[in-house]
Design a protein around this ligand. Structure first.
Ligand code: ATP
Ligand code: MG
Length: 422
């Protein structure tokens, strides 16, 4: 039997690549407008890097593709972008760059050993941004607005921005104590993961997918009750910026992001398009003021998000949006008879060098079949080159849209073709 694609992965076929290109280019274009610069980090990193950034998360505990290389090093295919970006930020001393904050974006494959289902792959592409070095709530608003613009620029309308704050360190410690007190007496009713989380990171219990309907979840003390003045103010300012920018949101006090290093702002963008399916989160992000220091750098605030192109495409599908990506053919060269073969190839090369997209027959087909091929490719013009035409230094060019035909000279082909208009 022929070998099949690994579970949880997909081929992006030529007919789909145009959509991907368009989305990725749009995202890059928006990053340029917002002055975020691209960074490309390796696909694999030292396993330790991911342990440092998220010891108690599902990603680190269950989903990593880790392996030993031939030199006995522990390596992992990156499951997310942020740890590597922060590693590189520290390693390359970007905190010393005169341009601050450092605003970065990335786009590339991530790997997680997950149970594959719609919208959940083992290899998927994440586009994300990180703004490092600013504690200004305006940066939180900028990052959120950038994410929203990516979706909106592609025509998506059924979007919901959900936002919360996890407060600063002090607020989180107070909340942590309250959560332990809340869950401890009945922790045996929860899954093994949650029992594990109780002492290590009780906030993560609120993010559990198995126990989400347990009554203690709803009655758990919300973080905002533990906000100190600074945390409260910070959150209010972020919301004030969003209001001023006309970005609608919903505050959800139960929203906690899966990663350990978040504080203050946490947000998700979901699709509420009908028929989108069970997994509706398109994008997740937030503020991570402790991570750079954790990675051995100076104390540096950070704010970012990640979204997957796969779920973005699923959202486009759910809203019935198809992006125009048809690659047009400007001219298809039809050659008739052996004498025409070389001149046809020369015309083709001239067209391409002049910037046109052009093609010809390579299967020795009859004229009718060649014209049919041109039609299938939606060629705008067809250039017909027969033995008689060659003798007279002529080429017949037909406009496939209106059927009009003209004779151009072979020796002056490009400049005459140019006049027909692209
Ligand atoms: P989920 O709760 O759906 O597992 P997550 O919290 O693991 O999401 P993040 O690590 O925050 O997700 O990643 C950010 C975004 O990347 C998600 O909002 C989602 O759009 C996308 N994403 C995450 N995992 C996958 C996957 N396995 N396949 C495709 N897209 C994914
Ligand atoms: Mg996940």
């Amino acid at each position: 039997m022929a070998i099949q694609i690994p579970r949880g992965t997909q081929d992006i076929l030529p007919s789909q690549v145009g959509t991907w290109e368009l989305i990725e280019n749009k995202a890059k274009e928006i990053c340029h407008k917002y002055q975020y610069k691209e960074i490309r980090t390796p696909i694999f990193e030292h396993t330790e890097l991911f342990h440092k950034s998220g010891e108690t998360t599902d990603i680190v505990q269950k989903e990593m593709y880790s392996f030993k290389d031939r030199g006995d090093r522990d390596l992992t295919l990156r499951p997310e972008g942020t740890p590597a970006v922060v590693r590189s930020y520290v390693e390359n001393k970007m905190y010393g760059d005169p341009n601050q904050p450092v605003k970065l974006f990335y786009n590339g494959p991530m790997f997680r050993y997950e149970r594959p289902q719609a919208g959940r792959y083992r290899q998927f592409v994440q586009f994300g941004v990180e703004a490092l070095g600013s504690q200004d709530p305006a940066i939180d608003a900028e990052v959120i607005s950038l994410a929203m613009e990516v979706y909106q620029s592609l025509g998506l309308k059924h979007l919901k921005l959900v936002i919360n704050s996890l407060g600063d360190k002090e607020s989180r410690i107070a909340h942590r104590e309250a959560l332990i007190k809340h869950f401890k007496p009945r922790i045996h009713e929860f899954c093994a993961d949650c029992q594990n989380r109780l002492e290590k990171n009780p906030l993560r219990i609120l993010d559990c997918k198995k126990d989400r309907d347990h009554e203690l979840m709803k009655s758990a003390p919300p973080i905002f009750e533990f906000f100190n003045e600074e945390s409260k103010q910070y959150f209010d300012q972020v919301l004030a910026y969003l209001d001023a920018l006309g970005i609608a949101y919903e505050v959800d006090p139960t929203l906690v992001r899966g990663l350990d290093y978040y504080n203050h702002t946490a947000f998700e963008i979901m699709s509420n398009a009908e028929g989108f399916g069970a997994i509706t989160t398109l994008c997740g992000g937030g503020r991570y003021n402790g991570l750079v220091q954790e990675m051995g750098g100076p104390e540096t605030p950070g704010m970012g998000f990640a979204l997957s192109i796969e779920r973005l495409i699923a959202a486009l599908d759910a809203e019935g949006i198809t992006l125009q990506t048809e690659a047009k053919v400007d001219c298809y060269v039809v050659a008739l008879g052996d004498e025409a073969k070389i001149p046809a190839m020369v015309l083709l090369q001239q067209l391409r060098k002049a910037g046109y997209s052009a093609d010809k027959d390579y299967l020795d087909r009859k004229m009718k079949a060649q014209l049919k091929a041109a039609d299938r490719m939606k060629a705008k013009f067809v250039a017909i080159l027969g033995e008689d035409e060659i003798k007279m230094n002529k080429v017949v060019v037909k406009n496939m849209e209106n059927g009009e035909q003209v004779e151009l000279s072979i020796s002056n082909f490009i400049s005459e073709f140019e006049r027909l208009g692209r």
